[in-house]
Design a protein around this ligand. Structure first.
Ligand code: SF4
Length: 362
């Protein structure tokens, strides 16, 4: 099905926006989940941090990270003054580490340009590193009450269903239409609550599969539910299958510790990883290049990312003198060192074969 159109709401849509918004606000006042970043007296900084953490990540996963992060970095200045290794360590396990780097850069920009105060207004927010339309709309509306729209995955799903918007929602005209609908919703004195009610509905009622239409507060306005086909929307473009990739990992062992290096690839940039090389490379040569000897094979680890399935052949080698660039982490107790999951998996493979599996030289 093609998109109905690429412009904002017409008369009928505008009227349905108003009715759906009233119903959503009444429902949200009763049903909103109590979340730490919604607590009374929360700051714009807390809103910003929570919105960044919640991108691609579930609420229950974010809760403990948010609490720890805000305790350590209660203001943009606290984060701006921290070193990147500590910021990444606080983020370790949440994934998508670019978010942490952008938040760090954003906090520094807030200190340099706005005296440490999160600026008001979508335009000022959009000028900060890593702040896109969604985050700017969220902070402007939720923290400052500005009539700013936002569209995330939840809002996209709710709007495409409410208005039976066909076509790929990430394509230009459909995306424009959804933002126009979101702007019509947000044109309200309590835009922050309106935006949160749309997101909350998507998160708790209008689920990707088996939406709870029978108890939905906007059911009477919903074209997809009326047609009996809510799951038809959003009409996503065919998803690309994750790429299969082959990698080789080498862990240097030195006195019961694993020698790890700051990652040079964008996936874990700056975080501590084993020596990771794409392809099935000669492990003995790889070890030799890093001053290692007595190479041991530890089988294969599968690490699945959104776009790639990494098959990682794991090796260890004895290191007499670890290079200065890198860090030694106890092999038996790597938790608490802010390591990404891929590193923890590789170290677990080394541990599980006791660092003394059959030697596999290739
Ligand atoms: S009626 Fe169903 S499809 Fe429509 S918004 Fe509610 S939960 Fe989603």
């Amino acid at each position: 099905m093609t998109a109905k159109k690429s412009t904002g709401p017409d008369g009928d849509e505008a009227a349905r926006v108003a009715r759906a918004r009233d119903a959503l606000l009444a429902w949200y006042a009763q049903s909103a989940r109590a979340l730490p970043w919604r607590a009374e007296g929360t700051t714009a900084w807390a809103t910003w941090v929570s919105e960044v953490m919640l991108q691609q990540t579930r609420v229950e996963t974010v809760r403990p990270y948010f609490a720890r992060f805000m305790e350590r970095f209660p203001t943009p200045r606290h984060l701006a003054e921290a070193g990147e290794p500590e910021v990444l360590a606080q983020w370790a396990g949440l994934g998508y580490y670019r978010r942490a780097r952008f938040l760090h850069a954003g906090a520094k920009a807030v200190c340099e340009r706005f005296g440490g105060e999160v600026p008001r207004g979508v335009e000022a927010l959009r000028g900060l590193p890593g702040v896109g339309d969604y985050t700017a709309g969220a902070v402007a509306s939720i923290a400052f009450g500005e009539r700013a729209p936002l569209v995330d995955g939840n809002v996209e799903r709710v709007l495409t269903r409410l208005f039976a918007v066909g076509g790929d929602p990430r394509s230009g005209p459909v995306k424009k239409h959804l933002w126009a609908l979101a702007a019509a919703f947000a044109d309200h004195p309590d835009a922050g609550a309106v935006n949160q009610s749309l997101m909350e509905l998507g998160a708790t009622v209008c689920a990707p599969t088996s939406p709870r239409c029978l108890t939905c507060p906007v059911r009477s306005q919903c074209l997809a539910a009326r047609a009996g086909e809510p799951e038809r929307y959003p009409e996503k473009a065919a998803k690309k299958a994750p790429r299969d990739e082959s990698w080789t990992a080498l862990v240097g062992l030195h006195g019961g510790s694993a020698w790890l290096v700051p990652s040079a690839t964008g996936r874990w940039e700056g975080m501590l990883v084993p020596v990771l090389v794409e392809g099935a490379v000669d492990a003995a040569a790889l070890a030799g290049a890093h001053g290692g000897r007595a190479v041991t094979g530890h089988g294969e680890v599968l690490h699945v990312l959104t776009h790639a399935r990494m098959r990682i052949a794991v090796y260890s080698a004895a290191l007499d003198a670890p290079a200065a660039r890198g860090a030694l982490v106890p092999l038996d107790a790597p938790a608490g060192h802010g390591l990404p999951k891929v590193t923890l998996r590789v170290l677990a493979a080394v541990r599980s074969s006791g660092g003394a599996g059959p030697t596999q030289r290739r």
